[in-house]
Ligand binder design. Structure first.
Ligand code: NAI
Ligand code: MG
Length: 482
């Protein structure tokens, strides 16, 4: 772990094993940090903050740009590491993630000059202005599904804004983030960034409760997000939460074409084993095109090449770990046992052959689904797509919004007026029309309802999530000396 500028073990010497889920073999061990380790990291970050906040913003930005250059040089090593520890296929996921992490540092590094306040016109004898000041030590907790990208999304804006940080990696995917931490450590002053490896209920909970952490930025499950918010409320610390989703994809009858089918596969994030918070996992297909669309979709989904994440030919890798694999299997099993559910493609994982050696789950589609089933309501976080029939526009919007989540949504129609009307009615933080791509730098990204609070990916997110505004009001008209 990186604590106080030193590469160190946990104080009590315990470790966590890191497994390659494509082969079910242990590839590394990392320290298992406890609250005592958190205390040291927070103290170091507090000390570093006092100096880091005084570094001129553009100089901080320059250092982030240098980190971006360094990350560019090690994209292959990073891609390999991510693929190995997460099971995400190197061509479709791990390499793009490594590339995106460098871009994130470059983007925020370039925004350092935008950390500016406002001047308020009150009257001629008063100057009132605001400053954007850093908050202090930020505590960041990230999941395993896109570990390096999500780490970069917290580190780059928080540090650019002048904060220091204690970040906890996900127990299943610490290695890529440690590599990222190494690149940062070579460029940043010591202790500005501290990176711990540890378990959620130990290291993560200790961070959530630590009085020295003045802001918490969390990405992960809604259940844990709520516990973070609860812990933060004790000291009225601000939180940003990027949580789960069960995002709707609404297909109108005029989009019964290959481009939309390809878009649905992308929106469902099948090539990420659908381990994505924005996965369009509820597919609302209009009754007029229901069967013919599904036929095309099943054909394309089943043609995805699943296998060794490190093989360039692989489209789709492995589920992160046994716990998630078993969870996905239990949902598939439940679908198979529902009398009204019709399996269109996929089903239970292979029990023999090469795919039985890792946690591989086939792209699975259930048709004739009800929006009320557990499979249609809960975030499965695996490649299980529920296809629901609709007839009427009001009905489909009502079903799409009948969820406690509100992260992403997708609308598919050649009639842009119709598509945008629907986009405006859907309760989601991000709606895409006629595409299902990933987040773009500069866009303000985040959820509504129980999908989270706060935004990431944008200038606005850096300002709102990682600075606090101070107003200074000056009387310009004090009486002359006697
Ligand atoms: P999780 O929410 O438990 O883990 C995310 C991070 O939170 C990890 O770093 C973990 O160590 C930490 N954490 C866990 N418990 C904590 C606690 N009590 N206090 C502080 N930190 C804690 O997610 P998990 O168990 O890996 O996956 C379970 C489900 O969560 C998935 O099936 C999926 O539905 C959802 N999930 C959603 C993600 C998203 O991007 N929206 C990412 C990962 C999981
Ligand atoms: Mg693993």
């Amino acid at each position: 772990m990186l604590i106080a500028g030193q590469w160190t073990d946990a104080l009590d010497g315990q470790h966590i094993e890191v497994e390659n889920p494509g082969r079910r073999i242990i590839v590394a061990t990392v320290p298992r940090a406890q609250s005592a380790d958190v205390n040291i990291a927070v103290a170091a970050a507090q000390k570093a903050f006092a100096e880091w906040r005084k570094v001129p913003p553009r100089q901080r930005g320059k250092l982030l740009l240098q980190i971006a250059d360094k990350l560019d040089e090690q994209i292959e090593q990073m891609a390999h590491t991510i693929a190995m520890e997460t099971g995400n296929a190197i061509r479709t996921q791990a390499r793009p993630e490594a590339t995106a992490a460098a871009d994130i540092f470059r983007y925020f590094g370039g925004l350092a000059g935008e950390l500016k306040g406002e001047q308020i016109p009150i009257n001629e004898s008063m100057l009132s202005y605001s400053r954007r000041e850093p908050i202090g030590v930020v505590g960041a907790i990230i999941p395993w599904n896109a570990p390096v990208l999500l780490a970069a999304l917290k580190i780059a804006p928080a540090l650019c804004a002048g904060n220091s940080m204690v970040l906890k990696t996900a127990e299943d995917a610490p290695l890529g983030v440690l590599l990222l931490a190494k690149a940062c450590d070579e460029i940043l002053p010591p202790s500005v960034l501290n990176v711990l490896t540890g378990l959620g209920h130990e290291c993560g909970a200790a961070m959530a409760e630590h009085p020295g952490i003045l802001k918490l930025s969390f990405t992960g499950s809604t259940a844990v997000g709520k516990s973070i918010m609860q812990a933060a409320s004790d000291r009225v610390a601000p939180v940003s939460l990027e949580l789960g989703g069960k995002s709707p994809s609404i297909v109108f009858p005029d989009a019964n074409d290959d481009w939309a089918v390809d878009g649905i596969i992308s929106a469902m994030r099948f090539t990420r084993q659908s381990q994505s918070c924005t996965a369009g996992s509820r597919l609302f297909l209009h009754a007029d095109i229901y069967d013919s669309f599904l036929e095309k979709l099943a054909q394309k989904a089943s043609a995805l090449k699943m296998g060794d994440p490190l093989d360039e030919a692989t489209d789709m890798g492995a589920i992160i770990n046994k716990k998630q694999f078993d969870k996905v299997c239990s949902y598939i099993d439940e679908g198979l046992s529902l009398p009204d559910a019709r399996l269109v493609t996929g089903g239970m994982p292979d029990t023999e052959g090469p795919l039985s050696e890792g946690y591989f789950s086939h792209p699975t589609i259930f048709a004739d689904a009800s929006n009320d089933w557990r499979l249609s309501r809960e975030e499965i976080f695996g490649p299980v797509l529920m296809a629901i029939r609709w007839n009427d526009e009001d009905e489909v919007v009502r079903m799409a919004n009948d969820s406690h989540y509100g992260l992403a949504a997708f609308v598919w129609s050649r009639d842009i007026g119709q598509a945008l009307r629907t986009a405006h009615r859907v309760e989601a933080g991000w709606v895409q029309v006629n595409q299902g791509i990933g987040q773009i730098l500069g866009q303000s990204y985040g959820g509504v309802k129980q999908s989270g609070i706060g935004r990431e990916y944008s200038l606005e997110s850096m300002l709102d999530s990682f600075t606090q505004k101070k107003s200074v009001t000056v009387n310009l008209d004090i009486p002359k000396p006697e």
